[in-house]
Design a protein around this ligand. Structure first.
Ligand code: GTP
Length: 598
């Protein structure tokens, strides 16, 4: 029976432990792609992913494997991202699987996201197959890592495959273990259709392409499907699989992972996590959906060219289709005009969205510094939720402010524990515990305000530990902190988009640092421009940008025309990222300055 020969699995790992490389090897080994077609990290289809070498969107591929038992198996391999921001995508793909290949780097051992991903796999009742990768590295210590897997994760690692995805070692063994240990999908072929939407993309020819895992029943072209969340009905035009290119099929049945198209034009109608059923024979209950992930950081996105406002809205809608964690709503800033307040899971998520907006949709944007969500209790008893520092009430109207705290797990070799503690303490962290993972490595736990993590915690951690620290965090709730809003005045004018929230104890220091930083970033004008940092009406720091003395071109004395042209072009380029605020031109970097102080 076909259903018994299906194996659905994901590969999970800490970032850079070799998931994508292993996925590539598996595709080659099963002749899913010919060597000629093979491109490194084939599954990472977006340019952005390939350039950064990280996986962002999950991808599902069908492949056939001829096992040693003489039978042919159908594998559905679902790739997952490894970064802390994309936990949501991981949980989406895991819900479509029965097993997970857990890749652990033989030199580095278990890292923070190894553990976070394992928890998600356990939550989804998946069979976990440990693989110790990169055994070709001189620093590899597979036996130590095997011990760690047993100690820290608590699963039997006796049969963990020793592999090198790079050198192609252990690939066959992994495939055999998948056949043997990952259960075939259960589910009922005769039952009414239930298919889980785990992703969806918009295609201008075919409309919305739903990526689904069929849990019960069959779906084929001509069927009328119903989306259970909103009851909308569509006639199926095509079903098929990814190999990794799309290949149309006559039907998708229980256990299959593939796509459905049905001329769905409205991208808002298809919610990831929703259940697809048949209109004339509907399932009685939808599948358990996904936990909705809530954004943790917010920032403003403004088109530099104000006429691009509608384009920006359309681009955000398009991206939101397969990224339900992305939130946005219209907002206006006195300084920047019309734009959107956008919510993201974390800084990498924010970065990726910005870059996609600029590259894929050709938009030039000004982005404001990210902010967390504050709970402000006003003196009149009202409680308000603020995700934009500009919306903070006057100091006299605030009784107290609560900010989100996270529990941060930092895994690090023991010689860096001191550095980790010092950095965490400086970031207002509260020590919780410290445990040895093995002889050399320690898991340090701190409660830290999320806003400090958003600022430059991870950068500091990386540089303080020579890159050895790994970080994972989860929200633990809100706590009262002594926070104030810092306003920035340019030429005596308050620039709302530059306001930020700061702990009172650091306010003078930060105020001073930001005005100095802005002085370096904002180009000189024809007149002197004072920069001030203020809390309420009180000025805490001030500096002046001196007036421009000479024309820049005056530097190019003599007739070196090419140099002159270069300079002019450079100025023009710079212009693209400038915003006129009052009579002062402010570059993009100024809005992010608060993130990169000291
Ligand atoms: P993300 O997709 O960013 O989460 O990373 P990933 O886990 O997919 O890692 P990826 O496959 O991109 O590999 C990360 C780096 O490790 C790359 O430079 C690979 O070439 C390298 N790498 C992967 N497997 C091996 C291996 O078996 N041996 C060695 N020496 N290097 C490997």
């Amino acid at each position: 029976k076909r259903q018994e020969s299906i194996r659905n699995f994901s590969i999970i790992a800490h970032i850079d432990h070799g998931k994508s490389t292993l996925a590539d090897r598996i595709l080659q080994h099963t002749d899913t792609v010919s060597d000629r077609e093979m491109q490194d990290q084939l599954l990472d289809s977006m340019d952005l992913e390939r350039e950064r070498g990280i996986t962002i969107k999950l991808n599902a591929v069908e492949l056939t494997y001829n096992a040693k038992d003489g039978n042919e198996y159908i594998f559905h391999l679902i790739d997952t991202p490894g970064h802390v921001d994309f936990t949501y995508e991981v949980s989406r793909s895991l819900a479509a699987c029965e097993g997970a290949v857990l890749v652990v780097d033989a030199a580095q051992g278990i890292e923070a996201q190894t553990l976070a991903n394992v928890y998600l796999a356990v939550d989804n009742d998946l069979e976990i197959l440990p693989v110790i990768n990169k055994i070709d590295l001189p620093a590899a210590d597979p036996e130590r890592v095997r011990g760690e897997i047993e100690e820290v994760i608590g699963i039997d690692a006796t049969d963990a495959v020793l592999a090198s995805a790079k050198a192609g070692i252990g690939i066959e063994e992994i495939l055999e273990q998948i056949v043997e240990n990952v259960p075939a999908p259960d589910g009922d072929l005769e039952a009414p259709l239930k298919a889980l939407i785990f992703d969806s993309v918009y295609d201008s020819y075919r409309g919305v392409v739903l990526n689904v895992r069929v849990m019960d029943g069959v779906v084929k072209p001509g069927d009328v499907i119903q989306l259970m969340q909103n009851g909308k009905e569509y006639e199926v035009t095509e079903v098929g699989i990814f190999s990794p290119k799309t290949i149309a099929r006559d039907f998708l049945m229980v256990g299959d992972v593939g796509y459905i198209t049905a001329s769905i034009k409205n991208i808002q109608d298809t919610q990831v996590g929703d259940t697809v059923t048949l209109a004339n024979n509907p399932a009685s209950e939808p599948l358990k959906g996904y936990r909705k992930m809530n954004p943790m950081v917010y920032c403003g996105l403004y088109p530099i060219d104000t006429s691009k406002y509608t384009d920006l809205r359309e681009a955000l809608e398009r991206l939101q289709l397969n990224d339900s964690a992305l939130e946005f709503e219209a907002e206006t800033s006195q300084a920047l005009g019309f734009g959107f307040r956008c919510g993201f899971l974390g800084l990498l998520h924010m970065d990726v969205i910005q870059e996609r907006l600029e590259r894929e949709f050709n938009l030039d944007l000004i982005t404001t510094a990210p902010s967390v969500i504050y709970h402000v209790n006003k003196t009149n008893g009202e409680k308000i939720i603020v995700d934009n520092p500009a919306d903070f009430p006057e100091p006299s109207m605030i009784d107290n402010v609560e900010e989100p705290f996270v529990k941060a797990q930092i895994m690090v070799p023991n010689e860096y524990v001191g550095a980790v503690m010092e950095i965490s303490q400086r970031k207002r962290g509260e020590f919780v515990t410290m445990d040895y993972l093995d002889e050399y490595r320690v898991n340090v736990v701190y409660n830290i305000p999320l806003s400090e993590i958003v600022f430059d915690f991870f950068d500091k951690l990386k540089s303080g530990t020579k890159g050895y620290a790994s970080l994972d965090y989860e929200l633990i709730g809100y706590r009262t902190s002594n926070l104030v809003k810092m306003d920035i005045l340019l030429n005596a004018e308050n620039v709302d988009a530059l306001s930020f929230i700061v702990h009172k104890d650091f306010s003078y220091e930060r105020g001073k640092a930001i005005v100095d930083k802005l002085k370096k970033l904002i180009p000189r004008q024809q007149f002197e421009v004072p920069i001030q940092a203020a809390i309420g009406t009180k000025i805490v720091a001030r500096t002046d940008i001196k007036a421009l003395r000479k024309n820049v071109l005056a530097k190019c004395y003599g007739g070196d025309i090419s140099r002159k042209r270069k300079l002019l072009e450079k100025q023009k380029d710079g212009k693209k990222r400038m915003k006129q605020i009052g009579s002062v031109e402010v570059p993009q970097e100024a809005f992010m300055a608060v993130l990169k102080m000291d």
